[in-house]
Design a protein around this ligand. Structure first.
Ligand code: ADP
Length: 157
């Protein structure tokens, strides 16, 4: 049984994230979505809200669970028996940062492998930040985020 962990801030989860989760869930026996608590960024949604929105958005995928992640990602992955870290790659701009993160993770624990799933062309412009910015100007984000997120963002702005 191969368990994969998909770590991120998910502030909030977008259709791009859900697409990666769905595709990872088709490859691995189990996918654990790990919601970062100690994010450097000041989040719009607190960790409980981010986890709840994720849970509602992946309800239709049976082998996915959502947990709160604290501390080092590789330590957390090992604690959950996850041997693989999944990250999404959108543009070249993601690449440098992701190479650095996967490099340090591999340095700390070579037993945990990072794999990248490339963004679907429908979502390669999509990020949580761009969704928040668009929503703050009342733009229609219905095609960019799962319905529960659309509702939750409305409440924030
Ligand atoms: P982080 O703050 O750790 O980058 P994010 O929630 O922004 O967390 O993203 C989590 C992961 O999902 C990252 O690997 C990111 O590149 C990827 N990701 C974000 N948006 C998309 C998207 N639209 N398509 C594919 N992957 C994405």
């Amino acid at each position: 049984m191969t368990i994969a962990m998909y770590p991120g801030s998910f502030d909030p989860v977008t259709n791009g994230h859900v697409d990666i989760i769905q595709r990872a869930a088709a490859i691995f026996d189990k996918v654990i979505v790990a919601v970062a608590v100690n994010s450097k960024k000041k989040p719009l949604f607190n960790e409980e809200e981010r986890m709840e929105l994720l849970r509602q958005s992946v309800r239709h995928i049976s082998n996915v669970s959502v947990v709160k992640s604290e501390g080092l990602t590789v330590d957390f992955a090992r604690k959950h028996d996850a041997k693989v870290l999944v990250r999404g790659l959108r543009a070249v701009s993601d690449f440098e940062n992701e190479m650095q993160i996967s490099g340090i993770n591999r340095h700390i624990d070579p037993g945990i492998e990072t794999i990248f799933i490339t963004a679907d062309s429908a979502y390669n412009f999509l990020s949580s930040s761009i969704v928040k910015e668009a929503a703050s100007f009342r733009a229609d984000i219905s095609k960019l985020v799962p319905p529960p997120v659309q509702e939750a963002i409305k409440q924030k702005f």
